[in-house]
Design a protein around this ligand. Structure first.
Ligand code: URA
Length: 235
């Protein structure tokens, strides 16, 4: 995912093909505006969402988009797929082809999938170091043991990546049902954690990410979010 921050003179030069030296002169001549203010500092850091105009002509005017989808079973978390419905196919938004998926779910998993054009936001939510809690409801083939609960809390070694998972909370709610709270989002993480105990995950539903919940969003539907509504309720 590309960085969404850039130096103002570089960004203008890249977008207009005007040499950097010329762009700096334009700044000195007060010909550039960022978010309605005259920009003078060529080192000013701007984002993909800064509104930039040069000589009164709009050069960049992107709005951030944050969407929550309630993913049904049997839908692929990909932008294109030849055989299956994708999460993008389920979205009705004019910017849908410019969005990326933040935190994928497996084909048979259900629940919250977030889509955005704001790489900074999605990196922050799903990076293993950001410590934002994700909550799942799982159904298992076998009874959940005390040993499994302890292992989730202590961390489980994944040989392939040579890492130990961060402490996670496994709360049994029945012999074969539980909730899991994780701060990471590694590939097939929950299935692999139960796999260590030969316990197959039969269903997996993500019902919360940080402070974001599905509320009454029906399966297969999406809704727009405010950026500020995600990202709290971290570890
Ligand atoms: N862990 C998994 O194993 N699968 C998911 O879809 C999400 C988390």
């Amino acid at each position: 995912m590309k960085s969404t921050r850039a130096r103002l003179d570089r960004l203008i030069s890249q977008k207009t093909q005007i040499p950097m030296s010329e762009v700096r002169l334009m700044l000195a001549r007060k010909q550039v505006e960022v978010d309605g203010n005259t920009a003078l500092d060529h080192k000013q850091i701007v984002t993909q969402f800064s509104r930039i105009s040069v000589n009164g002509q709009l050069l960049q005017d992107n709005s951030p988009v944050y969407l929550m989808l309630h993913k049904p079973r049997g839908v692929v978390c990909a932008t294109q797929d030849k055989r299956h419905t994708t999460v993008i196919d389920l979205i009705d938004h004019p910017m849908k082809d410019h969005l990326h998926i933040a935190g994928r779910l497996d084909f048979n998993s259900t629940g919250i999938v977030l889509l955005t054009n704001d790489g900074h936001w999605s990196r922050n939510l799903f990076s293993p170091t950001a410590h934002i809690q994700k909550y799942y409801r799982v159904t298992l083939a076998e009874t959940i043991t005390e040993e499994t609960v302890r292992a989730f809390a202590e961390g489980i070694y994944f040989k392939y990546e040579n890492i130990t998972t961060r402490p996670a909370t496994l709360t049994p709610e029945g012999a074969r049902c539980a909730t899991v709270a994780l701060t990471e989002g590694r590939y097939h993480q929950i299935k692999r954690m139960f796999g260590v105990f030969q316990n197959e995950v039969l269903s997996l539903h993500r019902y919360q990410v940080g402070a974001l919940t599905l509320d009454d969003l029906p399966e297969g539907k999406c809704r727009l979010l405010k950026q500020q509504s995600a990202g709290s309720n971290s570890e």
